[in-house]
Structures are given as structure tokens and as C-alpha cells.
Write a protein that binds this ligand. Structure first.
Ligand code: FES
Length: 129
């Protein structure tokens, strides 16, 4: 069963951490954060990441649930998330910036690390509903 380690983007802002810090997740693990902001999810094969977070009682952002906005966006820092057809992110955002939509995204590797709540990034703000 794939494991998704997650970190809330708002924590980066609060702590002054950068998305590209090499030790981002190590720092998060040591920071005594609430389970809402940092932790791991067990996801079923083929299960959407957003649904699995909700099943475990978390309130992650979303709007359309269909790959047409950027509310549910996350940045993949390790591993891979496969998306169903989406119509909102550019190729550059997907391939270079590793943005994924959690409402239509499934874990492709056994271990995945993501920064969720990435809708607050400047370049995604214009597509948040
Ligand atoms: S909620 Fe709109 S793309 Fe995921």
C-alpha cells in the first residue's frame, strides 16, 4: 500500500522554509507539527490522494474535483503521482514544477512526498476558484 507523506504549504510560510529545501521533510518531522499539517497517509492502489486524506479525516482544499481548477494542487517532492486528464496546469507546471492535482491524482510509487495546499503559490493563485 503506497504511503504519502504530506506537509501543509502554510507551514512553509510560517516557518520561513523553502519548497526547494533539501531537508524540508526532515525539518517537518522534527518540528512537532499537528497531524493536520504533517504526517503520512496510507493510500489504496488507484485511490485519489484527496479522497484518501478525507477518509482519514483531513480537510484538504478542493473545489471542482475534476481537474479543472487549482484548489487541490500539491507539489510532489519525491515519488510520483499519476493524474487523470486535467485541463488547468501547463506542461511546465507538471513536468518542471511537479504540480499535481490531488482530486484526480493517484500514487504511482510506494513512497510519495507532497506539499499540499499549494494553491497559495503565486503562480497557481489565478486558477483557484
Ligand atoms: S479540485 Fe479542482 S482540480 Fe482538483
Amino acid at each position: 500500500m503506497p504511503t504519502v507523506e504530506y506537509l501543509n504549504y502554510e507551514v512553509l510560510d510560517d516557518q520561513g522554509w523553502d519548497m526547494d529545501d533539501d531537508d524540508l521533510f526532515e525539518n517537518a518531522a522534527d518540528a512537532g507539527l499537528d497531524a493536520e499539517d504533517y504526517g503520512t497517509l496510507e493510500v489504496n492502489e488507484g485511490e485519489y490522494i484527496l479522497e484518501s486524506a478525507e477518509a482519514q479525516g483531513y480537510d484538504w482544499p478542493f473545489s471542482c474535483r475534476a481537474g479543472a481548477c487549482a484548489n487541490c494542487a500539491a507539489i510532489v517532492k519525491e515519488g510520483e503521482i499519476q493524474m487523470d486528464m486535467q485541463q488547468i496546469l501547463s506542461d511546465e507546471e507538471v513536468e518542471d514544477k511537479d504540480v499535481r492535482l490531488t482530486c484526480i491524482g493517484t500514487a504511482e510509487t510506494d513512497e510519495v512526498k507532497i506539499v499540499y495546499n499549494a494553491k497559495h503559490l503565486d503562480y497557481l493563485q489565478n486558477r483557484v476558484i
